[in-house]
Design a protein around this ligand. Sequence first.
Ligand code: HAM
Length: 429
Amino acid sequence: MKIPPVKGTRDFYPAEMTVRNWIIDGWKKVSLRNGFEEYDGPIFEYLKMFQIKSGDEIVEQLFSFEDRGGRELAIRPEITPTLARMVNQQINSLPRPIKWFSVPRLFRAERPQKGRLREFFQWNIDIIGVDDVLADAEVIFCAVDYLRGVGLGGDDIVVKISSREMLAALLQTIGIAESELEGLYAVLDKRSRLPEDAFEEMLAEKLSDKDKRKKVLDLMSVETIGQIEDLLELSKAAKEAVDELKRLFKLLEVMGVSDYCVFDIGIVRGLAYYTGIVYEIYDKGSELRAIGGGGRYDDLLKQFGGPAIPATGFGIGDCVLAILLEEKGLLQKQLPGRKLDYFVACVDESYKDAAVKLTMKLRSAGLAANFSYKAAKLGKQLKQASEQNAGKCIIIGEEYEENKLVVKDMASGEQELIDCDKFFAEFKS
Ligand code: HAM
């Protein structure tokens, strides 16, 4: 009986593993150079942790189970709640601001589709303890820093930015009650993914007043911050949020990433815990699902039983990113090429032990080396060496009796006869 892989999961054969490692290494490098420290948490948590503030969409997609002790657990669909829990746990001893990153493997029982699977990796960058919009600008910079580094320019991707605080104030100005906001965000977040009539139907379910609905739709159609100011008289709260957004765009300019960033009032975010600046990253033209998204979540630590500490951060998944890099022809050429420093071949079975001994010596000296299990014809072994991307091939034959090695450069094809002692002395130095 052949057992297929589970729907929405991936098998990482070595070729896929190279891509995954290259993406994750890049995320880690960028995090470290931007001053972030790595953390991780458990793969499963108490179910209720994800029910507190992640929002209905994520809760519906949870893989949950009961353990033998009758505890209700869930496999993590995101790491932000774990981060909030961990920070709260050591809040008095952690030096602030906290700048942490993580690359968790996450699980969501979504309908698998292009760029959305049931198991994926997600790069998380979060700053806790800074309420200045400078921290939001810094995390957006980190995302662009990575994406720009892998060759995606302002013509390829866009960071669409808005503010939930501003939207809340504007919606309240047009008569939406505070208690209705969270439900409305969930609908507005789906707008770009739904046909117009389906969206309007969903909106009508949440908002029965036709006049208010029209006002909401008018508001959600504005294209610039200026147009909001023309459409509505801004309340004090709305004005403050608009000023904060303007400052964010100014900072992004100072940081040199404004050519990637646009204002988009349609960005609301699906997760319930966001409180301020929110953003999502898309391919230009939005052919694919979001590459990443994030924002400010100033109340989450408090909702998890800790003190009120401001926080901001994002998550970028590996799926859409890999599709986009592949489509743009940026993936294959950036993957690490050569794998082996040396391949050790032997001309016949009698030199096999010598080949094994030499290979192990090379490995112990920190070099990547391999040998052939069978003393096949030399041509076949050289083929293996080139398939394994060896930089050099050492051929062990009768010269070895005189303490000499034949070293072949696989790229140029040139061969050298080197004294064994000299060879080892050279790479030791
Ligand atoms: P999110 O928008 O749910 O945010 O996910 C962020 C990114 O993770 C998405 O844009 C996408 O790239 C990737 N992603 C999400 N679901 C899937 C899936 N089923 N398959 C493949 N990739 C997926 C969060 O998770 C927030 N916790 C991010 C955050 C960190 N906010 C503040 N700090």
